[in-house]
Every structure is written in structure tokens, then in C-alpha cells.
Design a protein around this ligand. Structure first.
Ligand code: HEC
Ligand code: HEC
Length: 412
């Protein structure tokens, strides 16, 4: 076995390996194709969205101050996080960022996926989705000197087309395999009690307020697609546009340099003395608005049952009283008291920790794609969702109607 960083001389018996020239070359830049946005976007909006894609995937807003300066994640990664471990905590590898020789080496097992130096090599290629490493050559050796995170960490996954965890990027799809708590808990800078909280969250979940209010009730990581025309952002509708929340996460969670202020929470956070966030928000928002919810795969639901389920949704299920219109949400008209969430009552109540103290009716386009459901992930399947509403609201639906409802939800 050899690592990516090693000379290829001893590679596979009898085969000549291409010299790993790529290694010496500059980092490959992701190719910016025209953005696959909605048909209504004009050329300049498309440019903005293309810039936003670059930001979404690769911009850290200077959050290395947190991930490197405070949490010292660069040390842990260099010493202990080999690619196998990285994949096990849900990190994804962008197959399109791998030069052919590396892709071949991973395929034939000649690149060592149990060596942390391979992780550093992948970071140097910008191939680890959502992590941005700075790799410098010190005494002829590659060293990871800085690491930061990007939006893609939680809101992109890959299609597994190359291998499990390795494939083409799917931006906007929540990474439900990612265990952000377990990753942060690797930091040598945290006290044991804090690490224990982070380790309790599990895959696909993150509490974006724990570091501010000290309470722990993680949310499922939601998709960042399908938000066009929706003017209440987050589970609790805290912001009227995506940029509100992007600023919140960019500054208060990722640790980007800039300011977030929220009078409703009596909160003001400023990191650093420069602002690396504000100027990027318009492009970042344009990109997210271009991300459409993925259509249900052909054959993934029963068409006849879905048609019956639609009638349940609009009739005896009473779903369409809140899940209204083309996006299946009344978010632009109103928010709902905490009791309208089938995940409440919970301790602590997530809504009580937010600016609105209420919940937004979740949009349902693409809902087939992102189980588990409700803000806390307490419904494993769409069948469970229907069953929960049926019993909690005493809707009196038959088992058949609940099953049909699930087929309809799978079709949206
Ligand atoms: C560590 C994981 C993590 C990172 C990194 C992250 N987010 Fe999120 N994001 C979340 C979670 C968890 C929520 C749910 C928060 C809520 O609803 O209260 C969320 C919510 C959102 C939403 C709201 C979705 C909706 O349905 O209204 C958008 C949009 C979003 N994030 C975009 C971004 C962008 C853009 C970035 C980079 C600036 C980013 N996120 C970074 C975890 C993350
Ligand atoms: C009173 C308003 C209201 C009614 C009626 C209602 N919902 Fe909801 N729905 C919500 C709210 C609010 C949420 C967000 C709850 C949460 O995440 O805790 C939600 C969440 C959901 C989700 C989870 C989406 C996700 O991204 O996790 C599904 C699926 C859903 N509802 C389906 C239904 C179905 C099916 C019905 C009818 C049986 C229904 N809803 C009736 C308000 C409503």
C-alpha cells in the first residue's frame, strides 16, 4: 500500500503508473458551468448564482480562526483522521476533483485510505466536501496548516457514483450521514463535558444554538433546495430570506469573520475585525434559490395510491389547511404555535430558543429525499408522519388512507 503523497515507484506489480505530476500542479479549480437554475433567471442572475456556488462550496469566510485557531482541527486531521475515518463520520469526497491517477489508485487499493496523509492530500485537491484545507510544503513534506468549513459540509452530499461516500456533488441535499457533533468532539481544545454533548447528537443532526444558549436539542440538517418564493427561513421561520440565516450560520456557527445581530434574541456576535461575510450573501442566496427540489425517481411510489393519497391530503387528512399552494406551505402568511409541530412537546422546546418561538409549516417538495422528518427527526418515514398526525389530531384515517397519504408524499 502507498499513500497519495508517496512516489509511485513501488506501485502495482508490472504496471507503470503515471507520474503524479498533478501533485505538483496548482490545485484544480472547480469548473463553473452555467448554473442549472430556474428558467426565470436572466444571465446576470446566473453569473451571481455561479459565484454563489463557488462560495457555497469553497468559501470559509475566514472561519479558520475557529476551526484551526481555537479547535485545532488541523492537528487532529493530520494525526488521526485517515480517509476511512473521515468517510465513517459522514464526510464526502468529490470524485470530480480527483485526478485520474488518484481515482485509479483508490479503485485498485494502491492509495492508502488508512493514512491521515492521504486525507491531507485530498484536502490539497479540494476534494473533501465542505472542508477547505491549506496545505504548505515544509521541509519537503506536505503539512496541513489551516482548515476551515464551508456551507457544503452540511448541505451537500455526493451521489456515491464512484464508491460509498465518493461521487459527484449534490448541492443543497442535506448530508444526513454527516456527524458534525462527533467531528467537533475530536477537537483537543474542548473540555470533556462539552465533547460529551457533541457526541450525543448523532449523524445528520446539529444544534445551531448550543454554543449560544447552552441547551442541546439537535435538529436534522435540512435541505437547502426548494426555497424559491418562501419568505420564512428555517424550521421556525426566523428570517425572511435565506441571507438572514446564512449570516447567522456563517458567523455564529461556522465562525466566519463578520457580524450577526438579532435583537429578538438579544444576540450580537462579531468575529474578527474584518467582514468576510456580508459581500457574499447576495450571490450565496442566488445560488441556493437556483437549487430545485429533486423530483421523485420514476417507480419510487405507487401512482394509483398517490392519487388516492392526494384526496386524503386535501380532504379528511386536513393537511392542505397548512401545507398550501405549490410549495405546500403557508409560510408566507403565518407561522404556527409550537403545539402545531408533531414533534412537540419536547424538552427543551426548540421553538422556545428561537427568535419567533413558533414553527413554519415545512415545504414538502422533494420530501421523499430527506428522511427522517420533523425538526428533530422523530418520524423515520412518511408513513410514520401520517400515522403521527392521524393519532395526535384524531383524524380517524384508516390504515389504507395513511398508506396512501405516504405514497402521495413520496411523489411530491
Ligand atoms: C454544521 C452544519 C451546518 C452548516 C455548516 C451550515 N448549515 Fe445550514 N442549517 C443547518 C441546520 C441544523 C439548519 C436548521 C436550522 C433551523 O431550521 O433552525 C440549517 C438551516 C439552513 C437553511 C434553512 C432551510 C429552510 O428550510 O429554511 C438554509 C437555507 C441553510 N441552512 C443554508 C446554509 C448555508 C448557505 C450555509 C453556509 C453559510 C450553511 N447553511 C451552513 C446546518 C448547517
Ligand atoms: C396546523 C398546520 C399543519 C397541518 C394541519 C399539517 N401540518 Fe405538516 N407540518 C406543519 C408544521 C408546522 C411542520 C413542521 C414541524 C416540525 O418540523 O417540527 C410540519 C411538518 C410536516 C412534515 C415534515 C417535513 C420535513 O421536512 O421534515 C410532513 C411530511 C408533513 N408536515 C406532512 C403533513 C401531512 C401529511 C399532514 C396531514 C395529515 C399535515 N402535515 C398537516 C404544519 C401542519
Amino acid at each position: 500500500m502507498r499513500s497519495i503523497h508517496e512516489a509511485p515507484a513501488e506501485a502495482g506489480a508490472g504496471r507503470t503508473r503515471p507520474a503524479f505530476r498533478w501533485w505538483l500542479a496548482a490545485l484544480p479549480l472547480a469548473v463553473l458551468a452555467a448554473c442549472g437554475g430556474g428558467s426565470s433567471t436572466g444571465p446576470s442572475e446566473q453569473d451571481l448564482a455561479a459565484q454563489g456556488r463557488q462560495i457555497f462550496r469553497f468559501d470559509t469566510f475566514g472561519d479558520e480562526a475557529k476551526w484551526t485557531g481555537q479547535l485545532r482541527m488541523h492537528e487532529v486531521i493530520s494525526q488521526a483522521v485517515d480517509p476511512a475515518t473521515a468517510l465513517a463520520v459522514g464526510l464526502k469526497v468529490d470524485a470530480e476533483a480527483l485526478p485520474p491517477a488518484v481515482a485509479q489508485g483508490i479503485r485498485d487499493g494502491t492509495i492508502d485510505l488508512t493514512d491521515p496523509r492521504t486525507t491531507v492530500a485530498l484536502l490539497k485537491l479540494d476534494a473533501v466536501v465542505g472542508l477547505k484545507g491549506t496545505v504548505e510544503t515544509v521541509d519537503g513534506q506536505d503539512r496541513l496548516t489551516k482548515v476551515g468549513t464551508t456551507c457544503a459540509l452540511c448541505h451537500s452530499t455526493v451521489d456515491d457514483s464512484f464508491a460509498p461516500g465518493i461521487g459527484k456533488r449534490l448541492d443543497g441535499w442535506a448530508n444526513r450521514d454527516l456527524n458534525p457533533g462527533a467531528i467537533i468532539a475530536l477537537s483537543p481544545a474542548l473540555p470533556a463535558a462539552t465533547r460529551a454533548v457533541f457526541n450525543s447528537w448523532g449523524p445528520g443532526k446539529y444544534d445551531p444554538r448550543f454554543n449560544l444558549d447552552g441547551q442541546s436539542k439537535p435538529l436534522v440538517i435540512p435541505p437547502a433546495y426548494g426555497l424559491q418564493d418562501i419568505h420564512r427561513i428555517t424550521f421556525t421561520g426566523d428570517g425572511e430570506d435565506i441571507a438572514y440565516w446564512n449570516r447567522y450560520v456563517g458567523v455564529t456557527q461556522m465562525g466566519g469573520l463578520g457580524t450577526f445581530t438579532e435583537p429578538r434574541l438579544n444576540l450580537s456576535v462579531t468575529n474578527g475585525t474584518v467582514d468576510l461575510v456580508t459581500s457574499k450573501l447576495p450571490a450565496l442566496q442566488a445560488y441556493q434559490l437556483s437549487l430545485l427540489p429533486p423530483p421523485a425517481p420514476a417507480g419510487s411510489f405507487d401512482v394509483a395510491a398517490a392519487a388516492r393519497g392526494k384526496a386524503v391530503f386535501e380532504g379528511p387528512g386536513r393537511c392542505a389547511t397548512c401545507h398550501t399552494g405549490a410549495k405546500f406551505t403557508d409560510a408566507n402568511e403565518r407561522l404556527h404555535p409550537a403545539a402545531d409541530s408533531m414533534a412537540e412537546p419536547e424538552i427543551p422546546s426548540y421553538a422556545s430558543r428561537t427568535a419567533t418561538k413558533q414553527y413554519r409549516t415545512s415545504p414538502l417538495r422533494g420530501v421523499w429525499q430527506h428522511a427522517p422528518y420533523f425538526h428533530d427527526g422523530s418520524a423515520a418515514t412518511l408513513q410514520d408522519v401520517g400515522q403521527r398526525y392521524n393519532s395526535r389530531l384524531a383524524l380517524g384515517l384508516s390504515a389504507q388512507q395513511v398508506a396512501d397519504l405516504a405514497q402521495y408524499l413520496k411523489s411530491l
